[in-house]
Design a binder for this molecule. Structure first.
Ligand code: SF4
Length: 329
């Protein structure tokens, strides 16, 4: 059924993009139980990149792979000024003119609003003026308070996350939406989560893609949990495709699922396989063993081998010219 919906909406096309992930810092003022990425200031493993270092990473990825997007998130940094984030966006825009900046989770935006005493609208408007193009959709985890208060009590709640995205949509910023599954949540919590997203999408139409993210327990405070099974991963994607009828796209994040399962997911409702990514840290620090990078050619081959049509897209799903070899077998 999920495949039927997928083919009605997107035909045989499977989207990917050329992007690079950059985490500007993992220094965070809170500790979510499922997170292996964050560190306190000065703790071993903490990192902070300067604007110049970030610009060098962006330029390198552009020269290497011709990226069209930078995907940028970080911890809830206790001491940076708001101008630090604005300057980061401006520096990156200058480093790679024309690059799309897909940055910050709803949790980061809510944190900025609280820390710098601004409204969500003020935060997003200023970041947009500095170069923000869209938001990646992280920080949603599981919305239900019974779960959220247990796994991430120190960060923004569901209402704040949804309000940030509602505001972003009103300001003309498209966003994505994630769901972290496979930990303490029940199926009822997942339905509640998707139902809230579906409702907001009916209201604004601003979401582009739904991205279920499998929980990776290694090096987290919840490392006694097992990873969700491959069957669970595929069912979660398929149910997302059927239930979220007002979302255009369902994405399988190959870093979290592994390459072969992500390929199989193209028969279970998925029409987007994310991008070249390069230098992902969040899942890798939680034990993901997927490759460091997939080139555009690798992604095309993976999609073609599943009998689908690879289609390079930009961040906003504008189809870019298919490469000559991008023909389904
Ligand atoms: S998930 Fe985000 S907010 Fe939570 S501890 Fe990790 S970096 Fe900080």
């Amino acid at each position: 059924m999920a495949n039927l919906v997928r083919e009605r909406k997107n035909g045989n096309n499977t989207y990917y993009n050329k992007n690079r992930h950059i985490d500007y810092s993992n220094v965070c003022s809170t500790t979510c139980k499922f997170c292996a990425f964050s560190r306190f200031e000065g703790e071993e493993g903490a990192f902070e990149f300067t604007h110049q270092q970030l610009a060098a990473k962006a330029r390198e990825a552009y020269q290497l792979e011709g990226i069209t997007e930078l995907h940028i998130v970080g911890g809830l940094h206790p001491t940076y000024s708001f101008e630090w984030y604005e300057d980061m966006l401006r520096v990156l825009k200058q480093a790679v003119p024309g690059i799309h900046l897909k940055c910050f989770t709803g949790v980061e935006i809510n944190f900025f609003a609280e820390k710098y005493n601004m409204t969500h609208e003020e935060v997003l408007s200023r970041l947009k003026a500095a170069g923000l193009g869209s938001m990646p959709g992280g920080g949603a985890e599981i919305f239900h308070p019974d779960v959220r208060e247990e796994i991430c009590p120190g960060k923004g709640n569901a209402e704040q996350w949804l309000e940030v995205h509602r505001t972003a949509h009103r300001l003309g910023l498209r966003t994505n939406a994630t769901m972290l599954y496979g930990h303490i949540e029940t199926y009822e919590h997942r339905v509640d989560h998707m139902s809230r997203l579906r409702k907001l999408q009916d209201e604004t139409g601003g979401f582009q893609t739904f991205i279920p993210l499998a929980f990776h327990p290694d090096h987290t405070q919840m490392d006694h949990f097992a990873r969700p099974s491959g069957v669970e991963d595929l069912k979660t994607l398929a149910i997302g495709r059927v239930y979220l009828d007002n979302f255009d796209h369902i994405k399988a994040y190959w870093i979290s699922m592994g390459v072969r399962l992500a390929q199989m997911s193209l028969a279970f409702g998925v029409d987007d396989i994310d991008g070249t990514v390069i230098d992902e840290k969040i899942y890798r620090m939680a034990g993901a063993d997927s490759p460091e990078v997939m080139t555009a050619k690798d992604l095309q081959a993976l999609i073609r081998d599943a009998g689908r049509m690879p289609m390079e897209r930009d961040t906003l799903y504008k189809e870019l010219k298919p490469m000559p070899e991008a023909v389904a077998r």
